[in-house]
Design a protein around this ligand. Structure first.
Ligand SMILES: Nc1ncnc2c1ncn2[C@@H]1O[C@H](COP(=O)(O)OP(=O)(O)OP(=O)(O)O)[C@@H](O)[C@H]1O
Length: 257
């Protein structure tokens, strides 16, 4: 699915990535964790082909970057990043925003075939929003908008879904609803790569975790092997304890007493 082979990125005098290796196999769902500025978004941008490494190789869905038409590869990648929501027109109806995902357009100017409209409706129903199709995007809450973007992303039937802090700014209720919707989609034949600052967002569907620090991956593997107090402390420089509840990790700051 994804193979990153010793990626480095140098900007001026600064080494932003210092040799990132990562392999994501089909059906695995990964979470990428690490402190602000450690290089997570930079790695996602390289996977999306928006940024090229100074040295190293990026291979996604069997395509080695540098030898392929990236526009073709991007059609197979769904991406939801922090600024995506702002790109849509708030008065557009929800169904139109979802339909746009089938064309990779921000706005749809052509006649939409009935079949595409029906698919958009089905995707909206999958995230529990079948009844909101006619509502304008601007009337939805932040969490609802993000779920609409999930439905939109699924229109292109991506093989890889990349989510960069999708729950940032959501309250507890909206966050849980978003995670539920995401988990419902994960049953399809698709891998996911999810960036977050909140370890409790690592819901049971996630299988693997990669921990980054200072431009490197310091640990990567099955989630329970990586989410240990020792490894988290080395990445975040804060003593923590980890408790698992219903296959979800919860973090407490401070040492066990
Ligand atoms: N063009 C650039 N020139 C110089 N430094 C850059 C450039 N682009 C990114 N950086 C630096 O690279 C580092 C990694 O940035 P990146 O956005 O990948 O971090 P991140 O782990 O996603 O952080 P956050 O969790 O805060 O979003 C940051 O310190 C950033 O300032």
């Amino acid at each position: 699915m994804i193979k990153l082979d010793h990626l480095t990125l140098r900007r001026g005098q600064r080494d932003i990535l210092r040799g990132v290796d990562l392999e994501v196999k089909e059906g695995e769902h990964w979470v990428l964790l690490g402190r602000n500025g450690c290089g997570k978004t930079t790695v996602l941008e390289m996977i999306n082909g928006y940024l090229f490494p100074t040295t190293g190789k990026v291979s996604v869905l069997g395509h080695l970057y540098g030898t392929v038409d990236l526009r073709e590869v991007r059609k197979e990648i769904g991406y939801i990043g922090p600024s995506l929501i702002e790109k849509f027109t708030l008065r557009d109806p929800v169904w139109e925003i979802v339909v746009g995902g089938a064309y990779a357009y921000l706005r749809v100017y052509e006649e939409v075939p009935e079949e595409v409209r029906e698919r958009a409706q089905a995707e909206l129903e999958r995230v529990g929003f079948g009844h909101m199709a006619e509502q304008s995007f601007g009337t939805l809450s932040q969490g609802e908008r993000k779920k609409v973007l999930l439905a939109r992303t699924m229109m292109a039937d991506p093989k890889l879904l990349i989510l960069d802090e999708p729950c940032a700014g959501l309250d507890l209720y909206e966050r849980e609803k978003f995670l539920d919707a995401m988990s419902g989609l994960a049953r399809r034949n698709m891998s996911m790569l999810y960036v977050t600052h909140h370890i409790e967002e690592i819901i049971p569907m996630f299988t693997h975790v990669a921990l980054m620090a200072d431009g490197r991956i310091v640990a990567a593997g099955p989630k329970r092997e990586v989410l240990t107090p020792e490894l988290l402390r080395s990445a975040y420089d804060v003593p923590v304890t980890v408790e698992w509840h219903e296959d979800r990790p919860w973090i407490r700051v401070g040492k066990e007493n």
